[in-house]
Design a protein around this ligand. Sequence first.
Ligand SMILES: C[S@@+](CC[C@H](N)C(=O)[O-])C[C@H]1O[C@@H](n2cnc3c(N)ncnc32)[C@H](O)[C@@H]1O
Length: 130
Amino acid sequence: MAGIKEVVRNFRYVKNKLSSAILECSDFRDVIRKYDSKGTLFYLDPPYYRTNENAYIDTVKPMEVYEVLKDIEGKFILSYNDHYVIRKLFDGYTILECTTKYELGKKERGYVKEARELLICNYEVGVKFV
Ligand SMILES: C[S@@+](CC[C@H](N)C(=O)[O-])C[C@H]1O[C@@H](n2cnc3c(N)ncnc32)[C@H](O)[C@@H]1O
């Protein structure tokens, strides 16, 4: 568990890192089209696909995400819940598996749920998650 000093230190670090960041609230397709270039790295965390997690319902279809990402010039990292439809759609891309904990919904469930997620990239990465 991080102490308050560490939290403050992390905030300062992030604040400096994001000092020139631009925040936009737009549809993901518009943002990707606007900023795509050879030097861009996109991180996408779309609504989960067909899970029982009610926090984020699947308002964005994986095919819509795939369609916009397949032709970009830049790099992307895409996180999704581990579902065979997602694996099939992004077959041929780099797919890393990782486990995570869903804090959201903990109150209703009474426990922190462990789940498997996928990190999908359009480039080779030298990191393995467990
Ligand atoms: C799994 S959540 C991501 C949560 C986020 N990473 C965070 O830590 O808060 C999915 C997010 O996609 C957003 N979203 C839904 N449709 C979208 C769209 N068409 N374009 C951009 N974002 C969208 C939702 O508002 C939601 O915040």
